[in-house]
Design a protein around this ligand. Structure first.
Ligand code: SF4
Length: 218
């Protein structure tokens, strides 16, 4: 990991700018889900991880309450992560098909994974001010991805957050799985359904559709 990203990640992890989100992430870390009662939750902002030399950035809205907020890594330790990493591994973007905890040896190849908002928000709904506040870190992550060509937004809320970040109007960008839009001269925004249990269980999203989208990024 280069020193710039280390400095940025340190700054992110110690951020307490949004009082409501600080209180919420800590509350979840204290109360815990029953099945994780014996574990120590991370309970802090969650940074991105992966290959900084890549052309692809995958973005979720925020860490999951008992996934990233528990394990300290995005898309780690929950059902969304299980599905996403089965697909990323099949498309050869990761060395493993599971994302369980920070010391599981998982390595991403040709992709960087992050969240637009670094703290888990209540009901997955950040306020406009919280999102804007956290965009400073998203901006810094983007500036470190020198070869970036494609942003893949996981889910409509993450997609809308990217539109907001780039000052684009929602009405001009329809969200559906596989939608691609040129948003800057050298940057494309790709929409993906979120790898949530709800989308997977209802077959709105399956492995074939997700791997097809991922293979199309290469
Ligand atoms: S959401 Fe972002 S800006 Fe707000 S406290 Fe968390 S890391 Fe800081």
């Amino acid at each position: 990991m280069n020193s710039k990203i280390k400095i940025l990640n340190k700054k992110i992890i110690s951020c307490n700018k949004c009082k409501r989100l600080k209180n919420f992430r800590e509350k979840i870390a204290k109360e815990k889900r029953k099945q994780f009662q014996d574990q120590k939750y991370w309970g802090k902002p969650v940074t991105g991880f992966g290959d900084l030399d890549s052309e692809i950035l995958m973005v979720g809205l925020a860490p999951a309450a008992h996934g990233g907020n528990r394990t300290g890594r995005v898309f780690t330790g929950d059902k969304s992560a299980d599905f996403l990493f089965r697909c990323l591994h099949s498309a050869n973007f990761s060395n493993k098909s599971k994302s369980i905890h920070v010391n599981d040896g998982l390595i991403l190849k040709n992709i960087y994974l992050t969240v637009a908002l670094k703290c888990v928000p209540p009901f997955d709904k950040p306020t406009a001010d919280e999102l804007t506040e956290c965009f400073q870190y998203f901006q810094e992550e983007l500036s470190m991805l020198k070869k970036l060509k494609t942003i893949v937004a996981l889910g409509k809320i993450a997609f809308d957050s990217c539109l907001k970040f780039f000052n684009l109007k929602k009405k001009d960008f329809k969200f559906y799985h596989g939608a691609k839009y040129k948003i800057l001269n050298n940057l494309e925004l790709v929409a993906s359904y979120h790898p949530s249990p709800r989308n997977v269980n209802t077959k709105r999203l399956d492995k074939k559709k997700m791997v097809f989208l991922l293979m199309g990024l290469k």
